[in-house]
Ligand binder design. Structure first.
Ligand code: ASP
Length: 455
């Protein structure tokens, strides 16, 4: 599909991305909010001894959470309606199979390249070897208490067979209850998605007397998008408050100590984003990457501010419709599945952390162990909940599997939030690249099937 592809018929109204009152575009306002929040947070951290920082943070955290709660409030109805309608609109099961298979193949390719870049760059920069013994023990002691809760979650992780079985929810309502914040005991969002997928398939197979249910889903989708439109008006202020909270608490010390680790992560993410994605966009989707990155800026900035793919999903859906002009049935299907299943940034990060900690503990991973890290990181990218810090328990599982002490994760916890903001941008951008490529392939197929061969 090209940038000037014909606009797909719109069956659902969605709020416009730009403010029509001549104000700055939304992404510019979010960006300004991010910068102001970060600068003020840095200043507050510097003067923290002279300020009642606790009181200020209480106010800013509350404002930040208003936005998150407004968005999370509608994530579940949105995921269910978007996925069920996406499947239904794909029409027949053969087309669903084709789109599903393409989504899976592109996900595997993008995740594999992401992890490979991460491992390559961590071997090249060797950030673990640059940490002194003193810095290592200091960091371990400082964040040790935060490890316990992550370890508990890692302990609760199930066998592969049970994980697969739990994708089919016994009680969808129970799964829904814990899906958004990742606290579900089952497979959370994956199970909810399975439910929505089955709902869409069953609706497609039951055309009679299901019109009301379809209208209900369409209404749910539209209403959810309206709520997101309201939330987005608050986004610049709330995102500023969220970032303020992070920089005011954190301070620059830990960043200086872990400079090489953060640099490795950021360089790896940037390579995947600007090199791999650009090549894929040019080669597969025949799109101008520069224009693409401009088009998706609302979603990327929201991902950066919220560190959550789930919270950014509604914005991605809107960007896909209004800016990228992807067919809604494809973007609904691919983006909803991708928010949990295609997390390139998370996959890259997991690989980098495991190798970094192996370097810190002077453990040479064998080739077989590195391959294991690659495979587990790709899978972990599929299974990670799209919430802030969702990947931490999974990183501990990968660490254990290659005999690197899982409590070593304490070393990077101080900069995890910053890295989370960056990897979530890649997660969300990867979903939009995926949707663009799948849509491009589908359009090519449809065109080939409808255009008669030249005589
Ligand atoms: N915060 C990430 C996301 O929502 C998940 C993670 O890597 O922790 O996409």
């Amino acid at each position: 599909m090209t940038t000037d592809a014909p606009q797909v018929p719109q069956t659902h109204s969605e709020p416009p991305a730009k403010n029509e009152n001549g104000r700055l575009p939304l992404h510019t306002r979010i960006l300004i909010g991010l910068v102001i929040g970060a600068v003020l947070g840095g200043i507050a951290n510097y003067f923290s001894e002279h300020l009642d920082l606790g009181k200020v943070l209480e106010v800013t955290d509350t404002i930040g959470r208003v936005f998150l709660r407004l968005v999370f409030m509608v994530v579940l109805p949105l995921v269910i309606s978007a996925l069920a309608l996406g499947v239904l609109e794909l029409g027949d099961l053969r087309r669903l199979g084709r789109v599903g298979a393409r989504t899976l193949i592109f996900t595997l390719i993008l995740s594999a390249s992401s992890v490979a870049i991460g491992l390559g760059i961590v071997n090249l920069i060797n950030p673990g070897g640059r940490l002194s013994d003193e810095q290592r023990s200091q960091l371990l002691a400082q964040y040790a208490k935060d490890v316990a809760s992550a370890e508990k979650k890692a302990d609760e992780a199930k066998s592969l067979a049970n994980t697969l079985l739990d994708i089919i929810p016994e009680n969808p309502l129970q799964e829904m209850a814990g899906a958004v914040d990742g606290s579900s005991k089952g497979n959370g969002m994956l199970a909810v998605m399975f439910f929505a997928l089955m709902l869409g398939v069953a609706l497609a197979m039951t055309p009679e007397r299901t019109g009301t249910l379809v209208s209900f889903l369409e209404g749910t989708f539209d209403v959810s998008m309206t709520v997101i439109g309201i939330a987005m008006r608050l986004a610049p202020y709330c995102v500023a408050c969220l970032v303020f909270g992070i920089t005011a608490r954190q301070g620059p010390d830990v960043l200086v100590t872990l400079f090489w680790f953060v640099a490795t992560v950021v360089v790896g993410l940037a390579l995947q984003m600007f090199v791999v994605y650009s090549l894929v966009l040019l080669g597969v989707a025949r799109r101008n990457p520069w224009q693409f990155f401009r088009d998706i800026s609302d979603a990327a900035l929201t991902a950066f501010g919220t560190s959550s793919s789930n919270a950014t999903l509604p914005i991605s859906l809107r960007v896909a419709r209004e800016k990228l002009r992807l067919p809604p049935e494809i973007s609904r299907f691919v983006l909803t599945v991708g928010a949990t299943g295609n997390q390139n940034g998370t996959a890259l990060y997991e690989g980098v952390v495991v190798l970094f900690l192996a370097q810190v503990f002077n453990q040479d991973l064998t080739f077989a162990q590195q391959i294991k890290v690659v495979l587990m990181s790709i899978l972990a990218g599929v299974g990670t909940a799209g919430v802030p810090g969702g990947s931490i328990p999974l990183i501990m599982i990968v660490l254990r599997s290659v005999n690197v002490p899982p409590e070593g994760i304490a070393i990077i916890l101080g900069v995890d939030r910053l890295c989370d903001m960056c990897r979530t941008v890649l997660n969300v951008t990867g979903d939009l690249v995926l949707a663009t490529c799948v849509a491009g392939e589908e359009t090519a197929d449809v065109t080939a099937a409808t255009v008669p061969p030249a005589a």
